[in-house]
Ligand binder design. Sequence first.
Ligand SMILES: [Zn+2]
Ligand SMILES: [Zn+2]
Length: 101
Amino acid sequence: MPTTCALCRRQIPDERIGDPQAIQEHHLRPERRAESPTVVLCRPCHDQIHAVFTNEELRESHDTVEALRDADRLEGYIDWIRGTDKLDIDVTTSNRVRERR
Ligand SMILES: [Zn+2]
Ligand SMILES: [Zn+2]
């Protein structure tokens, strides 16, 4: 079964699986990593989520993939990313708090 990004649904090429520059795990409740469900995202989607939402916003109102996919702030992004097959994209980094790794 091919690996796809949970947000944009693009397929991750087999040779990129395991490459953290291409595919990353997102904790749906960032401050509760131990118990948080996780989803697999391509790196641009993961960067984008953390650029437009604080951890608090993610935890409070965007702790499911469905909520993220419906988010107004991601609408334009998702339309755009679905039209490209790039995985190495520098999403503009905002000065919002980013998840510590
Ligand atoms: Zn994606
Ligand atoms: Zn994350």
